[in-house]
Design a protein around this ligand. Structure first.
Ligand code: PLP
Length: 419
């Protein structure tokens, strides 16, 4: 796939990185597509064909009626929140274990993010944890499919349709993941994706929303375009909206990337599953539990590290792995989202603290006792990078590095195994 930026001379444990050419599938085809756009002189999607073609390809692959490109995954979530047409002070239930880009749009639209606890093993919100924080003011639920694993979409679809709330899937980390055979992003009212540098495929920055609902699709397309309905009679700026378009340059790269998406995702799954097999019997390490009817696309490989078995838990294990040149992220996020400054100090518009000033006290009660699963899960998770350029050797190296690091921490390593 793409140009071969890796060479066999690299050190054994120099893993491909999604932050540069070693771990990305960008090459001559992307260059040729960019050259076409430059030669055409049309760099905006309002006149060009590439972004439209990418939208078409994504909609077709996901089996949805409409896909609309955005300038980022954050803008994708923002477009989805706008489609809900919520009133200031309305509540959107979401997860404290996610990217801030999934939360900022809720506040930016004047709504209150209400955090549900997560399952400590998967770090995913569940219909039960979401139902526990439901209120009269709940208008939408944003679920994050974390690390390439999927939330219980059937359960969430039932919950949201019973209670007449919008279901938004944040599938930024879950391109082509599946929940009970249904592709992530295609089940909720709206699905959101990111094309940022470190995602399954990339245009550097970029995003996408998908929906089967024509009204939501129109509203999201308007929001991306400053409220302007391109191509319709008697156009006007219909409501407050920003410019969140993807450019033709990005669209051209995205279209070539999207042609490779199945191969890239298959590759991630094959190598991650190989590592998972090899880690299965390592004491104190639990690999992701994947239902046979689901498809985990391994944006990252998240391990559950039992601190009762592995002394020092994920932090000590990360330290050991670093010595072998393997970077990993204990906790994934340093703090649950509600502990970030923007929430803790209500830093929003000037000194107004709006929209927090509209919130019910319970909706912004971040007492640790309400987030037992979140704190427990973050204390145990160790997140390993992964990408489609990992080969079998990389998978084996990562797995054996984890196994021997666990051995060392447990003091069970035979002297011959020590570095
Ligand atoms: C990456 C990401 C986003 C934001 O996407 P950007 O393209 O970085 O704006 C939102 N949600 C989740 C879950 C993400 O991983």
């Amino acid at each position: 796939m793409g140009t071969d930026a890796r060479d066999d001379a690299r050190p054994a444990l120099a893993l491909p990185s999604d932050q540069d050419a070693s771990g990305r599938s960008l090459g001559d085809d992307e260059l040729a597509a960019l050259a076409d756009v430059i030669a055409s002189g049309t760099l905006t999607s309002t006149k060009g064909k590439h972004v439209a073609a990418l939208e078409h390809a994504v909609a077709e692959r996901l089996g949805v009626a409409a896909a609309i490109a955005t300038s980022s995954g954050t803008a994708a979530v923002h477009a989805a929140i706008v489609a809900c047409d919520i009133e200031p002070g309305d509540e959107v239930i979401t997860t404290p274990v996610t990217d801030f880009g999934a939360l900022a749009p809720i506040l930016a639209q004047g709504a209150i993010p209400v955090f549900a606890d997560v399952d400590p093993t998967s770090l995913l919100v569940t219909p039960e944890t979401v139902e526990a924080v439901w209120s009269e003011r709940t208008r939408a639920v944003v679920v994050t499919h974390l690390f390439g694993a999927t939330c219980d979409l059937d359960g969430f679809a039932r919950l949201c349709s019973d209670r007449a709330a919008m279901l938004i899937e944040d599938a930024a980390q879950a391109w082509l993941s599946e929940s009970r055979g249904k592709v992530a992003g295609s089940v909720g009212d709206i699905g959101c994706f990111s094309l940022q540098q470190g995602k399954h495929l990339t245009t550097g920055e970029g995003g996408m929303v998908v929906t089967d609902n024509a009204d939501f699709a129109r509203r999201m397309r308007l929001w991306v375009n400053k409220g302007w309905p391109y191509g319709e009679p008697n156009p006007d700026h219909e409501f407050l909206a920003l410019n969140s378009r993807l450019s033709e340059l990005q669209g051209a790269v995205g279209l070539v990337q999207f042609r490779k998406i199945d191969a890239m995702v298959d590759r991630r799954i094959a190598t991650a599953q190989r590592a998972v097999e090899r880690l299965r019997d390592v004491a104190g390490i639990r690999t992701p539990v994947v239902d046979p009817a689901d498809r985990h696309t391994y944006w990252k490989l998240a391990l559950d590290v039992d601190p009762d078995v592995v002394p020092g838990g994920p932090i000590a294990l990360a330290g050991e792995l670093r010595l072998e040149g393997i970077q990993s992220a204990p906790r994934y996020v340093q703090r649950p989202a509600f502990a970030l400054r923007v929430f803790a100090e209500q830093r929003t518009f000037g000194s107004s603290r709006w929209p927090f000033t509209l919130a019910r006290p319970e909706a912004i009660d971040y007492a640790p006792s309400r987030f037992v699963g979140t704190y427990a899960g973050l204390d145990r998770v160790l997140v390993l990078s992964w990408n489609e350029r990992y080969d079998e050797r990389d998978a084996d190296n990562v797995a054996s590095a984890v196994a021997s690091a666990v051995d060392r921490l447990r003091g069970t390593a035979r002297s011959g195994d020590l570095p």
